[in-house]
Design a protein around this ligand. Structure first.
Ligand SMILES: *Cc1c(COP(=O)(O)O)cnc(C)c1O
Length: 639
């Protein structure tokens, strides 16, 4: 089949399968017959499909250039509904006597529009907030209006934190202090006496249940957080002595984020229930059991326990949790508690997509190959040329060894001045042609030798993207997190290149080279050849959790442009919020420069050059205008 016939049979369906979009997108994204990624936004009248290219166009008309972090509000609302409805469903079918209350952990995405939307939409479910610091508690107090929603205070709490939470009690907020240490309890008791208000107290348990995945150290004896059994008993005794045991109403545990295996979650719940039963026996009223976070999402679409995925759905999570609590407590005739979860990742990850364009591509293939070897070539170049001509499936390893040997010889000869730059270039081109040929034949081998396995990756194109990994996808760099990446258009065409993606930073860690594809994890991503004069846009999906504030200013690439959209049932798009990213002046001031002084310094340098007769006054004016313009400009590549 020639390539034009192949292109004719390739459809958007093939692209959807290749990039696994139906597996990881949870139905929120898909590929249209026109070959573009669409967001399938849940609306009051069913699903509305809108192309991301249409949104990109709308953003650019509004002056928001790439890279842009796009948030789709409909998806955030849908996630909150799914979590609450799934618990309601599980509670109803199992005849559980308690309720469910969600609390969104602010640390997972603190951006004010996100928190405001969670509070607004979550109100119908009494969805609350979890705060891990004073600053986050202040966000919660200013944002929540519903007094039936919970505010859960985790983290280390000083007297100021505690008195703020107690003041909130006076206002009627259901604000819980989850004790992380014993010393905190003393402060809580003292502050509550001083302010004459009773606290709502919870305790964070250090469970021995171990989980798999990146966050396994959040649980177990050496976990940084929570009280051990000794300390738990001290809390009970101290509260009883202070006549405050009736304030001990919540039991909390958090096994870590992105828990891959449902069995660990169930084991954690069962262990926590043992404590719950004992504490009720000790006279603590309890009434709330808080499971923390950990509800995982399927980043790579494998539905597995490999760490980038999970082996359960939200619905299965809810049913398992509800039934485990019910079974444990029914044996002791203990009333069913209100179930609390602090699901962050599973609430916000789907809502955001990072969109960027490709600026340039490097290929690892010969730039030119002669029909035959020019006369007067060095023997080593002739040997390499001969090796190229005899490469067969039967001799791949041997050919590879020869190719590398002759390449090194040719490089040595250039070093010692025995061949010219032009002949060295010829040698490099033959070398690349030989590697390409070996790589193309590799799939026909019965067993690929270890040395040759990485050849396709070594020959992959480098696509340079207009973004910073450190600013926008820090977890990809810090913990090897896989995010789904794919082109958002041209999906009717077969992607014929294999590539890795480099960012704009001058850092060799600034790249994406682990991808989820339908065939499993891959070190390269299939992409389309760039058409000259045409933009090529990629999207990185499921980036709504943790990435925004963990991002840093490496190379002084600042916050990207951000846009929140809401898609209406008639497929019209409301651009709800537009936020221009950091300007160069902004990022310079973050590292203590004063943009005005920089400008003044530069003006002096230019003025001196005028006085020295090096430049004209007109030159000076042009330079200063450009400098000033740049200070106001975007930190990313601008057209
Ligand atoms: C980080 C954290 C969460 C959020 O966990 P997810 O896995 O993102 O849902 C919840 N509770 C506590 C105490 C946390 O530290």
């Amino acid at each position: 089949m020639n390539t034009s016939e192949q292109a004719a049979v390739w459809s958007s369906r093939n692209s959807a399968e290749l990039y696994g979009i139906d597996e990881w997108s949870n139905g929120y994204f898909g590929v249209s017959p026109q070959g573009e990624v669409v967001v399938r936004a849940p609306t009051s009248e069913g699903e509305a499909s809108v192309s991301l290219m249409e949104i990109v166009d709308g953003l650019q008309q509004r002056g928001l250039q790439m890279p842009v972090l796009l948030r789709v509000e409909n998806i955030l609302d849908s996630r909150i509904s799914i979590l609450n409805d799934s618990f309601a469903q599980a509670i109803e079918t199992s005849g559980y006597q308690g309720q469910y209350r969600g609390a969104f952990p602010i640390k997972v995405n603190q951006q004010s529009h996100v928190i405001a939307e969670i509070a607004r939409f979550g109100e119908r479910y009494n969805h609350g907030l979890e705060a891990g610091s004073k600053a986050e508690l202040m966000i919660a107090l200013a944002t929540l209006t519903n007094r039936d929603s919970l505010i859960i205070c985790n983290g280390y709490k000083d007297a100021e934190f505690i008195s703020l939470g107690l003041q909130a009690r006076k206002l009627g907020f259901k604000c819980f202090f989850v004790l992380e240490t014993l010393s905190e309890l003393q402060s809580v008791i003292e502050c509550s006496r001083a302010l004459d208000v009773e606290p709502l107290i919870g305790v964070r348990l250090k469970l021995s249940t171990k989980v798999e995945g990146h966050w396994s150290e959040d649980s177990g004896d050496r976990s940084l957080f929570g009280l051990n059994t000794n300390e738990l008993v001290s809390v009970i005794d101290t509260l009883r002595d202070a006549n405050l045991l009736h304030c001990f109403q919540l039991l909390h545990f958090h096994l870590g984020s992105q828990i891959p295996n449902i069995r660990s979650i169930r084991a954690g719940v069962l262990e926590a229930c043992r404590y719950y039963i004992e504490l009720v026996g000790e006279g603590a009223p309890l009434g709330y059991l808080d499971l923390g976070g950990g509800l995982a999402i399927d980043y790579d679409g494998t539905c597995s326990t490999n760490g980038h995925s999970r082996n359960y759905s939200v619905q299965e999570y809810c049913i398992d949790v509800v039934e485990a609590i019910q079974e444990s407590l029914d044996q002791h005739q203990i009333p069913h508690p209100t179930i609390v979860t602090e699901s962050g990742r599973a609430t916000v990850a789907h809502t955001s997509v990072l969109l960027f364009n490709i600026l340039d591509v490097t290929h690892f293939e010969p730039t030119a190959m002669p029909e035959s070897l020019p006369v007067g070539c060095h023997e080593m170049i002739a040997n390499l040329w001969h090796t190229l001509s005899v490469i067969r499936v039967a001799n791949l390893q041997e050919s590879y060894n020869d190719v590398i040997y002759y390449r090194d010889k040719i490089r040595d000869l250039f070093h010692s001045g025995d061949i010219s730059l032009r002949h060295r270039v010829l040698g490099e081109n033959i070398y690349l042609a030989a590697l390409q040929k070996i790589a193309a034949l590799l799939p026909q081998m019965k067993r690929i030798p270890a040395e040759l396995e990485s050849l396709p990756q070594l020959l992959a194109d480098i696509y340079y993207g207009n973004f910073s990994v450190f600013q926008s996808l820090p977890d990809s760099w810090a913990i090897g997190q896989i995010f789904p990446v794919m082109p958002i258009h041209r999906l009717n065409e077969e992607p014929t290149r294999q590539a890795i993606i480099a960012d704009l930073t001058c850092d060799c860690d600034g790249k994406l080279q682990k991808f989820a594809t339908s065939e499993g994890e891959s070190s390269t991503l299939p992409l389309h050849a760039i058409n000259s004069g045409e933009e090529y846009y990629l999207g990185v999906f499921l980036v709504g959790a943790y990435q925004e504030t963990l991002g840093d200013l490496h190379n002084l690439f600042g916050d990207t442009n951000v846009a929140s959209v809401r898609i209406n049932a008639d497929k019209s798009i409301d651009f709800v919020h537009e936020l221009h990213g950091d300007s160069i002046a902004d990022v310079l001031s973050y590292v203590e420069y004063k943009p005005n002084s920089l400008y003044e310094q530069f003006r002096k340098t230019a003025e001196q050059a005028v006085r020295d007769g090096v430049i004209s006054i007109a030159d000076r004016q042009q330079m200063l205008a450009a400098y000033s313009e740049s200070l106001r400009g975007y930190t990313y590549f601008e057209k």
